[in-house]
Design a protein around this ligand. Structure first.
Ligand code: DCT
Ligand code: MG
Length: 353
């Protein structure tokens, strides 16, 4: 039903056949609907799922759920959508999802995947570029669009960042970051979190959590770390740092959560860009940060849902708040947090939900 067409400008559109227009009707709750594995709108639901994933990665869980609900509605339709007017009156298709379906939905899913696959590019930016006729990396390079530092790095290292990070690479990076942390603050501690802490052998990035045993001493640690690394920039290679047996490159300031680093493997002599996610936490919040950054994403979401619905508590990667008693609950280990939540302790390697 959907036909891909390449227009002279290189724009890929999905052509809609408006000859037959049957409005669809779907009940509001997914638990009222019958939805088999047969999906007549995979192009649209894939696009919405990708945007959901992106929203969730940027901590916009509300938007993520909205996209997922919209995708679920389209998945339940008995045939492919051929005209926007068929969607009027359907539940869960809010303004934003409808706009996405209208503007980007008809553009091939691959285009959206490429653009939102650039480090630092979210659905909003990809949406705008697509409307401006940018559908691939070359068109983006030629467009003269102003890119921020993260996006420039993301575009430059697109292929590297798409490559999964191995455990060996994660450990090499841990060594480098660990030495840098020890130099700026000898007592500071660094822990590998994310998928690698759960025992995964590959990941899309390397996540670290840094803290200091003395409350308050972690303040300013991130900028110090950055200037320590930058002070070792060698003259002939811009931004390249020589530390022991690896060359380490920090692409942009680490005041925010995300960063990107490059290193060269001494054996292969090959440059490689890797996403590194550094988080600094005060020791009083460390257990919550460790639990929150270990994941998996679904495990974290379910922990928060359990805390809210079953215990009347609000859990975040900073704290646990008892809504009834109106007070924060302290914890100095993950085990204590599980206990406060009335849950049996589950070790990291069994949190791969
Ligand atoms: N996290 C979360 N909610 C988000 C984003 C992240 O709870 N919206 C937590 C859970 C996992 C942790 O942060 C690290 O995030 P990722 O690196 O995205 O996940 P990962 O499990 O480490 O996945 P990968 O192995 O692919 O890096
Ligand atoms: Mg990770």
């Amino acid at each position: 039903r959907h036909k891909l067409q390449q227009t002279p400008g290189g724009t890929v559109h999905l052509l809609m056949n408006d000859s037959e227009v049957t409005p669809f009707s779907v009940p509001g709750y997914a638990c009222q609907r019958r939805c088999t594995l047969e999906n007549h709108n995979a192009v649209l639901t894939d696009a919405l799922s990708l945007l959901a994933e992106n929203a969730e990665l940027s901590d916009e869980d509300g938007r993520g759920v909205a996209f997922r609900r919209a995708a679920a509605v389209l998945k339940a339709l008995p045939s492919a959508v051929t005209n926007m007017s068929q969607l009027t009156g359907l539940p869960c298709l809010g303004g934003h999802s409808l706009r996405v379906i209208k503007v980007s939905g008809w553009v091939s899913f691959a285009v959206l995947q490429v653009l939102t696959g650039i480090f630092g590019v979210g659905s909003k930016t990809a949406d705008r570029w697509i409307r401006e006729g940018i559908h691939n990396l070359q068109q983006l390079r030629d467009s003269g669009q102003t890119l921020n530092r993260a996006q420039q790095a993301g575009l430059e290292h697109y292929d590297d960042i798409k490559q999964p990070v191995s455990l060996a690479e994660a450990e090499a990076i841990r060594g480098i970051v660990g030495r840098a942390v020890a130099s700026v603050s000898p007592e500071a501690q660094i822990v590998l979190t994310g998928g690698f802490r759960r025992g995964k052998l590959t990941g899309h990035d390397v996540d670290f959590l840094i803290t200091h045993p003395e409350e308050g001493s972690e303040v300013g640690l991130m900028p110090k770390l950055v200037s320590w690394l930058e002070s070792r920039v060698s003259c002939h290679l811009q931004n390249v740092l020589l530390i022991c047996d690896v060359i380490f490159l920090l692409m942009f300031a680490l005041f925010c959560r995300f960063s990107l680093c490059c290193f060269i493997d001494k054996q292969t002599r090959r440059w490689r860009a890797v996403r590194v996610d550094l988080v600094v936490s005060p020791i009083s919040q460390f257990a919550f940060a460790l639990l929150g950054w270990t994941g998996s994403k679904l495990f974290e979401r379910e922990l928060r849902r359990w805390a809210g619905h079953e215990k009347g508590m609000s859990l975040s990667s900073h704290a646990l708040y008892d809504n009834k008693q109106g007070r924060y609950i302290r914890a100095s280990s993950e085990e204590e947090i599980f206990a406060h939540l009335g849950l049996e302790f589950i070790p990291p390697n069994e949190r791969n939900a």
